[in-house]
Write a protein that binds this ligand. Structure first.
Ligand code: FES
Length: 119
């Protein structure tokens, strides 16, 4: 199972933490939760992934697979669609490594870290 962890405390923009009373992370999480409905992807919220300066941040994890941390997302449906599509490719892959040609355009330039699995 692949899980998208969305930081729900990330700022909305460089100037504003909130937009209509919500953080950018909350807005992104809402988009990700809506778009992933009906897929095999699980979504969790986490307060701060320690990448605050490059908001908004997400992590994509699966049992026995590589974990990817991505950041610098605008809290938009476009970003969320790219994250969910990438997570689906991650779920289909054996190791968590998704071939570059399968990357949605919206995740390109957003990778921050790749973390090996514990086993
Ligand atoms: S507030 Fe989102 S990474 Fe710190």
């Amino acid at each position: 199972m692949t899980t998208i962890i969305v930081c729900d405390t990330c700022d909305y923009s460089l100037l504003d933490k909130l937009h209509n009373g919500k953080t950018g992370g909350e807005i992104l999480a809402e988009h990700v939760e809506r778009i992933s409905t009906g897929t095999a992807i699980t979504v969790r919220r986490q307060s701060c992934l320690m990448g605050c300066e490059r908001h908004c941040n997400v992590a994509i994890q699966g049992d026995g697979k590589l974990t990817y941390v991505l950041g610098k997302f605008d809290p938009t449906a476009y970003s969320a669609e790219a994250v969910v599509e990438y997570a689906e490719r991650h779920a289909e892959s054996e190791s968590g490594q998704v071939p570059f040609k399968q990357w949605p355009q919206g995740v390109k330039g957003h990778f921050v870290a790749r973390i090996p699995s514990l086993k």
